[in-house]
Design a protein around this ligand. Structure first.
Ligand code: SDX
Length: 416
């Protein structure tokens, strides 16, 4: 029997609103006819209670701390696959067999060449530029090629455009790193795995050491954990820009711009800066008190989440990976000690417990990248590198969604 909700207004008007169910997770109240039938808008700044679309890509249960890509639990995926198998899973809906994986790797190699024009965009930036500003510009310039080839037609059948974004982003991020370090660019070696190829393009021969396979495995896991995350702010931006018919690369540059914010993907860089500040001051309690003071804008970076009201499963996996990498490096990592100390104090403190604030994906990821000698201003570009797969997948899903319309929210007018 169709589920319905009854809305009774104080003017006596009564309307029924259909309740829709998905495969799993919360049902939704279908309000698309609300304004037409009642003259009322709903009001939900920040979309705390708003589902913007239906999707079959990623499922999150925030209360249970569950994350699944195409129905597969994130812990199994991170343990038993490499990143290119996860790219395939997200794009095509199933993990690849050996043959499919091999063919897919060839496709990525084929589409990975970065054009001279994009390289010139990178070189045009001052060495002091934040890498995320350069990455936004690179994707905006890639939209020129798309437009030249396809015009404004939305090419939602041919995945090659999306795969070319996924294939080029490691080289682009590595070149941005070497540009600001004033170093020569290093060519891709497509016979290597996606993650090893990236680390070699970033570090070159400096990467030839007995720890390289440890670092490749750790970074591959970081890529898997950051690949997609339902309708987060940057994915919502991609969908909104794409809903107007803007091409994929223009939409991706909007997603990168959104991810940069410290409330979102920029948090991983902010976490390391916060841990270094705490190391300087030696006083964890002071920072906990600042975070609790609602007159102080300081937030505990890497803590809290719009959906997870339990431990972010990605943070749990990354905390384990931190221990593994640092044990192998026999590094007595002060930042990890501070992070664990901060977590311990916060998880016993009423302020955090009451608000269900736990470590999120950004809390431990930077400690691993720091151990791999990746500078903190490259953490968010690396997050963007991994999330390009999720953004591309979500963009195609929206472009093929018969229900999709241009996203155009309304407002509560409080002006003159
Ligand atoms: C990512 O959405 C995604 O899926 C994102 C992401 C992905 O994979 O795409 O998971 C990646 O962006 C992770 C989040 C990274 N950001 C940070 O770590 C920044 C610090 N966290 C906060 O800014 C905050 O927790 C947010 C932005 C993550 C969530 O904010 P919400 O959902 O709007 O929650 P809120 O601000 O309404 O917080 C509820 C309460 C408030 O206190 P009260 O008004 O009830 O007194 O909790 C407090 C907040 O002040 N609070 C914090 C806090 N986070 C929330 N207080 C101190 N420190 C914090 N970190």
């Amino acid at each position: 029997m169709d589920k319905k909700a009854l809305l009774e207004l104080n003017n006596g008007l009564k309307i029924e609103l259909p309740i829709l169910s998905g495969t799993i997770g919360p049902n939704v109240l279908n309000i698309k006819d609300l304004y037409r039938t009642t003259g009322l808008f709903t009001y939900d700044p920040g979309f705390v209670s708003t589902a913007s679309c239906s999707s079959s890509i990623t499922f999150i249960d925030g209360d249970e701390g569950v994350l699944k890509y195409r129905g597969h639990d994130i812990a199994d995926l991170a343990e038993n696959n490499n990143f290119t198998a996860i790219i395939y899973l997200l794009l095509y809906g199933a993990l690849p067999n050996l043959e499919q994986h091999k063919k897919f790797l060839l496709k990525i190699g084929e589409l990975s060449k970065v054009s001279e024009q994009v390289i010139n965009v990178i070189k045009a930036f001052p060495k002091t530029a934040h890498p995320m500003s350069i990455l936004i510009a690179c994707f905006a310039s890639l939209s020129a090629f798309y437009h030249e080839r396809y015009g404004n037609t939305v090419n939602s059948e041919n995945l090659d455009c999306g795969i070319s974004a996924i294939a080029q982003v490691p080289a682009i991020v590595a070149m941005i790193y070497r540009h600001i370090k004033n170093q020569e660019f290093i060519n891709a070696q497509n016979e290597l795995s996606y993650s090893e190829n990236f680390l070699r393009m970033m570090f070159g021969d400096a990467f030839n050491n007995d720890k390289s396979s440890l670092f490749v495995k750790a970074l591959d896991k970081i890529f898997i954990l950051h690949a997609d995350h339902e309708q987060n702010a940057s994915t919502a931006a991609i969908r909104l820009v794409g809903s107007a018919g803007s091409n994929l690369f223009a939409s991706l540059s909007a997603g990168i711009a959104t991810l940069w914010g410290p409330a979102h993907g920029g948090a991983n860089e902010a976490v390391i800066n916060m841990l270094r500040e705490i190391e300087q001051s030696g006083d964890i309690g002071k920072f906990i008190e600042k975070a609790k003071d609602d007159k102080d804008p300081f937030k505990l970076m890497g803590f809290g989440h719009r959906i997870y009201k339990n431990y972010d499963p990605r943070a749990r996996i990354l905390k384990g990976a931190c221990n593994e990498v640092l044990d192998k490096l026999e590094q007595d990592n002060k930042l990890l000690k501070i992070a664990k100390g901060l977590e311990e104090v916060a998880l016993k403190d009423e302020y955090f417990v009451m608000r269900k604030l736990y470590p999120n994906v950004d809390f431990y990821s930077g400690i691993i990248m720091n151990a791999i000698d990746i500078p903190s201003n490259m953490f968010t570009p690396i997050f963007a590198l991994a999330r390009t797969t999720g953004w591309v997948t979500q963009w195609y899903e929206m472009m093929n969604d018969k229900e999709a319309k241009i996203c155009r929210p309304r407002q509560l007018y409080v002006g003159e």
